[in-house]
Design a protein around this ligand. Structure first.
Ligand code: IPE
Length: 255
């Protein structure tokens, strides 16, 4: 049984417009889906995003820019970290009675982006692992920054052995679309030479939004057979990907 690495997008598991508001029902459906995959014998790594538990305050305190001279950002770092702990605990609770291994990036990662330093061997033990986008320490002069869950997806999917699936469960879209308006159609099979429509709300998101996700999915597809961007509100589609190899969503393949 292959290892499944999945991202629960912040826009899926929280209401992005309202500070620290969790979408509890969606979290529970995703957790129930993980329980099924675990019963099937898969090892699973869950990476969850931040949504309104991270982006709003990170932007307010400009944490994504690192240490800014003359600005006291310590309060912001502490607030975002404790808000992320709150969301993380909700996710862990939803998985009860499964026992899970939790890895807070601030405890083992230095620096942000796809080349962050951190030993991911801690994800090798059989079972279910959970991690998330977080405020991590960085080398000077930045001192700290925001590590996106999409960069964790990249490293975990490409460096852990036996990864059969990398699944990005998103909110509000069935996958990649040809255009953002009502004439937009789902792109079932996508490679990096193909266009797609995406909108990045730079005023809200401190990480790269859909463009970061798509870029990371493309890199992962060079290593992993099943890479998908799909609507995480329909968790039966995750099961379909694993059991049947196809579903409603966008499968990302190498060009
Ligand atoms: C962002 O992580 C982490 C913080 C803002 C603290 P992600 O980039 O993985 O979050 P989402 O999925 O966009 O919410």
């Amino acid at each position: 049984m292959g290892r499944i690495v999945m991202k629960w997008g912040g826009g899926l598991i929280s209401d992005k417009s309202s500070l620290c508001s969790a979408e509890n029902e969606r979290i529970q459906h995703l957790a129930d889906c993980v329980k099924r995959l675990s019963e099937m014998g898969h090892d699973i790594v869950i990476v969850h995003g931040a949504g309104s538990f991270g982006h709003i305050r990170a932007r307010e305190y400009r944490l994504d820019e690192g240490n800014i001279n003359g600005l006291d950002q310590t309060e912001g770092i502490n607030l975002v970290r404790s808000d992320m702990d709150q969301l993380h605990n909700l996710v862990i609770k939803s998985l009860h009675p499964l026992s899970v291994m939790s890895h807070r990036p601030r405890d083992f990662v230095i620096n942000t982006g796809p080349d962050f330093q951190g030993n991911i061997e801690r994800f090798l033990l059989p079972g279910i692992h959970i991690t998330f986008g977080d405020v991590v320490d960085c080398d000077e002069p930045l001192d700290f920054g925001i590590l996106s869950g999409d960069d964790l997806m990249l490293r975990l999917s490409t460096e852990l052995p036996d990864v059969s699936h990398a699944i990005f469960a998103m909110g509000g879209t069935p996958g990649l679309m040809t255009s953002a308006d009502s004439s937009g159609e789902l792109i079932p099979l996508w490679n990096k030479n193909m266009p797609f429509s995406g909108h990045h709300s730079e005023d809200v998101d401190v990480t790269g939004g859909i463009f970061l996700k798509v870029n990371r999915a493309d890199v992962i597809s060079q290593y992993v057979e099943h890479v998908w961007l799909m609507d995480g509100e329909h968790t039966s589609r995750i099961i379909e990907i694993v059991e049947q190899g196809h579903t409603v969503g966008t499968r990302v393949v190498t060009a």
